[in-house]
Design a protein around this ligand. Sequence first.
Ligand code: GLU
Length: 500
Amino acid sequence: MTEAPKTVRTRVAPSPTGDPHVGTAYIALINYVFARKHGGECLLRIEDTDQSRSTPESEKAILKALKWLGLEWDEGPDIGGPNGPYRQSERSAIYTEYCDKLLAEGKAFKCFCTAEELAEMRKARIAAKLPPKYDGRHANLTPEEVAEKEAAGLPYVIRMKVPESGVCKVEDTLRGTIEFDYAGVDMQVLMKSDGLPTYHLANVVDDHLMGITHVMRGEEWISSAPKHLLLYEYFGWKAPVLTHLPLLLNPDKSKLSKRKNPTSVTYYQRAGYLPEALVNFLALFVTKPAEGEEKFLLDWLVKNFDVQDISLGGSVFDVAKLDWLNGRYLREDMDAAQFLGRVREWALNDDYLLPIAEMAQSRIVRLGDLGGMTALFFQNRIEGLTAERLRDGVKIDELQQRQAYHLVLTQLDGLAVWNKEGVDASLRRAAEALGVKLKDMIRAMYLAVTGADKGVPLFDAITHLGRDIMRERLRHALELLGPPSKKEAAKWVDLLSSEG
Ligand code: GLU
């Protein structure tokens, strides 16, 4: 293949606000492959403008997960590059400079509305059957009025101006032209009152300054495209080519969510999937291999990828298919020694085994007892667990038990730092909220986590199993006893706040 000129530049721009999501890996894969195919570059940018939700742990986990999948970037916060910094929280001065430019040219304005005023405005517009957007009331204040409000120390945000009428045409690679009436496009906040940019401003400024030629991102961003295109126009910049990718879906066609499916790349790693199998699986959403040719490696995809092959129909995340692929990689791509190497990488290594040895040492009398006691550390769900077994010797009633699993799941999900103290506090908090004795709840937990009557200590076991496997075990237990309806789930979680 002749190499295209090195002009194609793509980016992966995750927000570090949680576990590394398989959706992020899917978007990263497409950006990576598209850049490679065209002899271009793909960079990684951390979009941490939401300071309250972004964490360094999440950033680290995302980088690690993408690397594990073999998706490397050419520039990024960890390796630097000529267009850094690559973390938006380190680029504040740049956004201020560009926002000031828009202000000076009358393309943006200071808005002094309070939260109450905005809520009123919204209500009134809905009542009048108007789009519930900002009505432009501060878009044309005189310089004197602005100075007066500023002198009074009123906080403000900066919003972009949007024409009252007309149509914005968004060209999307997969969808063709999409028309948006400006009448429905909001005067987006560009700078918050704390002087930090919103995603929209930072994203456009960075894509331009970083020389991005192709933006390939999830379809949830389509409605933002008119605002972005308007910003490119205001700045006098050429907009990148836009491709909005279909989202990954649960089997019931709702947006892939961790309540219904494990969504974290770290879960799949921990559960013993191979990175090449997961990449292959994600790639099947965006390419059409011939019948019987579904198993292929990243290099094949780089050669054969065509963005037009991406179908807009749902991309259902079918774990059975991933299992099928993973099994094939294990059987077909390695001899026994290589297989053993992969098992060692996965869990038969000192890092993973030492804490298990510590838990077991004082609790067994013969080394041969080890297997039975510690099998729980080498499984995903506890095999053979039944509803009857889960109720075996449990003193709290069945409703309380289901509530306990759900509340612990919620608490563990919310733990900022995963450690034994946090696990301990999560279980105590759930027992307190339910008004049951911790001791009585622990029996129910023990069965769900270990499947056994006794053995390794519970809090240590949970801590070592980690968030991903714990989520899976609690989901399993809830599936066996009956998961809460949406309404129940919300009501139960309320118990956590009312007791606190
Ligand atoms: N930070 C955004 C996200 O995590 C990126 C969206 C984009 O690619 O423009 O979804």
